[in-house]
Design a protein around this ligand. Structure first.
Ligand code: IPD
Length: 261
């Protein structure tokens, strides 16, 4: 049985669900199984390569991006969706060398859509070339975001305040689909104009960053500076103007850094 069949089969079955950093940060036995399958297969092919992955990090492994060739893996992005059988669930695998993202693949497990990109070679969904939206006005934008795992009142106030600012700027809509990686792929496909989030991880972002850039989009820090993959925050958009407008509307939410946890 291949990886995606493992996920699709488990999707409909009873799951053993545990929590990690908060009551909304979930993991199942399938997350761990899929991660082990991916890493053991890649390790056979590339014994000297390094790995950063969601469940190994949760179990205490170091999350450090060095110059070495490194695979950055989220075995199931959208674990909460997976637990509830809400069909936005993906496997995300990015690859970096010298801290530069080289390629990414994201598989939407329930819809047989494989998003992929290699630096300099364009972005694709199955065989279709992807292009971002060219929208520059916030008042015409469909914006995607995710809620993240913190639920304390101060974080929720900032989170909802950020959404409110974008709605007050008359954005057409703000959507939350429960998978950062898939939301970023929708942006790459031109199905939304911007994405922002505080609290995501490098494994949610790595593969989709290459896909968006190769579809012609911008992925940057919420401060407007270059993306820091470890900083747990991002703004992405089809145009720099849109990314800047979204970034300017946001109040920061501090989640710390993946490599300093
Ligand atoms: C999470 C999902 C969620 C987002 C979190 C991510 P996971 O990934 O993408 O929608 O809000 O920030 O970490 O835990 O399902 O792999």
């Amino acid at each position: 049985m291949c990886l995606f069949q493992v996920i699709r089969k488990a999707f409909t079955e009873e799951k053993h669900v545990s929590t990690k950093t908060s009551a909304a940060d979930l993991v199942t036995e399938t997350d761990r199984l899929v991660e082990d399958l991916i890493i053991s297969e890649l390790r056979k092919q590339f014994p000297s390569h390094k790995f950063i992955s969601e469940e190994a990090t949760a179990a205490g492994a170091k999350c450090e991006l060095t110059a070495s060739p490194t695979w950055i893996i989220d075995p199931i992005d959208g674990t909460c969706n997976f637990v509830h059988r809400f069909p936005n669930v993906a496997v995300s695998i990015g690859f970096a060398v010298h801290q530069e993202l080289e390629f990414g693949v994201v598989h939407h497990c329930m819809e047989e859509r494989l998003y992929m990109a290699r630096r300099g070679h364009g972005a694709f969904c199955n065989t279709q070339r992807l292009y971002v939206s060219k929208e520059t006005e916030l008042s015409k934008a469909l914006i995607l975001t995710e809620i993240g795992s913190k639920r304390d009142p101060a974080t929720l106030k900032l989170l909802l305040g950020n959404m409110e600012q974008l709605l007050l700027a008359k954005a057409h809509g703000v959507r939350v689909i429960g998978s950062s990686t898939l939301a970023l792929c929708h942006l790459a496909a031109g199905a939304a104009d911007a994405y922002y989030q505080f609290g995501l991880h490098c494994w949610d972002l790595a593969a989709a960053t290459v896909i968006i850039r190769e579809a012609g989009g911008i992925v940057m820090d919420t401060t407007g500076g270059p993306l820091n993959l470890m900083a747990r925050r991002v703004v992405a958009a089809g145009t720099r103007k849109m990314a800047t407008l979204v970034a300017q509307a946001l109040q920061p939410i501090n989640y710390g850094q993946d490599d300093q946890a």
